[in-house]
Design a protein around this ligand. Structure first.
Ligand SMILES: Cc1ncc(COP(=O)(O)O)c(C=O)c1O
Length: 341
C-alpha cells in the first residue's frame, strides 16, 4: 500500500468520502449519498473555504506572511484560518459569539490565534451582524490587518467552483446522482458547486437548504439554534442562479434527523448536516429525482454538549421527532422555487 506524504496538514483538505444512507426515511427505489466534509483536518467544509480565501490573499499581497488576519466566524472557519495562520506564520484574531461551544475557543488558541468574543446580539441581525460590527472596530485598531470577508469575497465562491466543483461532479458520476443538496450561509460552497454543476451537466438539479428564521431567501430574521447555516441577510456569495429549489426546515426537524442518523449509521452529524439530509429526503420524496448527493458540512463532534445533549434540547424547548413525525413533516415540507431576484 502506498501512502502520500504531504508537506502541510492543509494538503490533506478535500477528496472526502461518501457514505450511502440506508434508512426507511429514504423513499423506496431512491438513493441518498452523504459526502462527509468532516473528514477534512478541522472536521468541516470550511477548511476548503479558508484555503481559497488565504491563498488568494497571499498571492495578491493583501495578506503578508507575518501579517494579521481578522475574521468573523460561526465556529468552523475560525479553526481553518487559525490552522493556516500556524502553517504560514500570520497572526489570526477570530471574532465569535456565545453559540460557539467554549471548548472550541481552545481549538483556536491551540493554533496560536486570539479569540474575541461578542456577547450581545445586534438589534436587527442577531450575533452575525454583531460580529461584523466588532470586526470593523478591530480593523480600525489594527491598520493594515486583512479581513477576508467570507460573505462577499469572490475568492470564496470561486475556490469552490474551481476546486470543489470538479470533485462533486466526479462524486455525482460515481453515485449516478441527479441531485446535489447543500446548505447555505455565506453561500460560498454551494453557489460555487452549483454553478459548476450547472455549467457541466444541465440535468443535475441543485437544492439549497436553509434554516427557518434565516432571511437569505426572504422573510424576517428570527434567532435559531443550528450553528453555521443561515444568515440574517443575503451575502454577495449567495448566487440564486446556482440553485433550482430551496428547502427551509426547522431546528427540530434538522436535529431529529441528526439523532436518527447517528443512531442508525454510527456517525455524528452537525446540525446543518441534519438539515441537508432533511432537504435531500424532501426533494427525493416530492420530485422525480432518483438519487441525491448530500453535502454534509461538519461533524456532531462540535455539538456534543448541544444537539446531542438531551438536557440542552429540553432547555431549548426541542422535542425529538420520531420516524412517523419525521415522515409527516417531510410530506408537509416540499421544496419551493428560488425567489425572484
Ligand atoms: C456547519 C456549517 N454548515 C453550513 C455552512 C454554510 O457554508 P457556506 O458559508 O459556504 O454557505 C457553514 C459555514 O460556516 C458551517 O460552518
Amino acid at each position: 500500500m502506498s501512502r502520500e506524504i504531504v508537506d502541510r496538514i492543509s494538503d490533506c483538505v478535500g477528496v472526502t468520502p461518501i457514505v450511502k444512507i440506508k434508512h426507511d426515511l429514504v423513499p423506496n427505489d431512491k438513493q441518498l449519498f452523504a459526502k462527509i466534509e468532516s473528514f477534512n483536518p478541522n472536521f468541516s467544509v470550511k477548511d476548503r473555504t479558508a484555503i481559497g480565501l488565504v491563498h488568494s490573499a497571499l498571492a495578491n499581497g493583501a495578506l503578508k506572511k507575518n501579517g494579521l488576519l481578522i475574521e468573523s466566524t460561526s465556529g468552523n472557519l475560525g479553526k481553518s484560518l487559525a490552522m493556516l495562520g500556524a502553517i504560514y506564520g500570520f497572526e489570526v484574531i477570530v471574532v465569535v459569539d456565545p453559540k460557539v461551544s467554549p471548548k472550541v475557543l481552545n481549538w483556536y488558541r491551540a493554533f496560536g490565534a486570539q479569540v474575541d468574543l461578542v456577547t450581545e446580539p445586534h438589534i436587527e441581525g442577531g450575533f452575525q451582524k454583531a460580529r461584523i460590527a466588532r470586526v470593523q472596530e478591530l480593523l480600525e485598531l489594527h491598520p493594515g490587518a486583512y479581513w477576508p470577508n467570507q460573505y462577499d469575497n469572490v475568492s470564496n465562491k470561486e475556490y469552490h467552483y474551481y476546486k470543489m466543483g470538479p470533485e462533486i461532479l466526479e462524486d455525482v458520476r460515481s453515485t449516478s446522482s441527479d441531485l446535489v443538496v447543500g446548505s447555505v450561509s455565506t453561500g460560498g460552497h454551494l453557489s460555487g458547486i452549483g454553478s459548476y454543476i450547472k455549467s457541466h451537466c444541465e440535468d443535475v438539479g441543485v437544492v439549497a437548504a436553509d434554516i427557518a428564521g434565516s432571511s437569505i431567501f426572504g422573510g424576517k430574521f428570527t434567532p435559531y439554534l443550528i450553528n453555521g447555516v443561515g444568515l440574517s441577510w443575503r451575502s454577495q456569495n449567495t448566487d440564486f442562479s446556482a440553485f433550482d429549489n430551496i428547502v427551509v426546515a426547522s431546528d427540530q426537524m434538522a436535529i431529529s434527523v441528526c439523532r436518527e442518523i447517528s443512531k442508525s449509521h454510527g456517525f455524528l452529524l452537525g446540525g446543518s448536516s441534519g438539515l441537508v439530509i432533511f432537504a435531500a429526503l424532501s426533494s427525493l420524496l416530492h420530485s422525480e429525482h432518483r438519487s441525491a448527493l448530500a453535502i454534509l458540512p461538519d461533524s456532531g463532534i462540535n455539538y456534543l454538549d448541544q444537539i446531542y445533549d438531551d438536557d440542552w434540547l429540553d432547555s431549548n424547548g426541542i422535542s425529538l421527532m420520531g420516524y412517523e413525525q419525521l415522515c409527516d413533516s417531510l410530506r408537509r415540507t416540499p421544496p419551493s422555487s428560488v425567489p425572484e431576484e
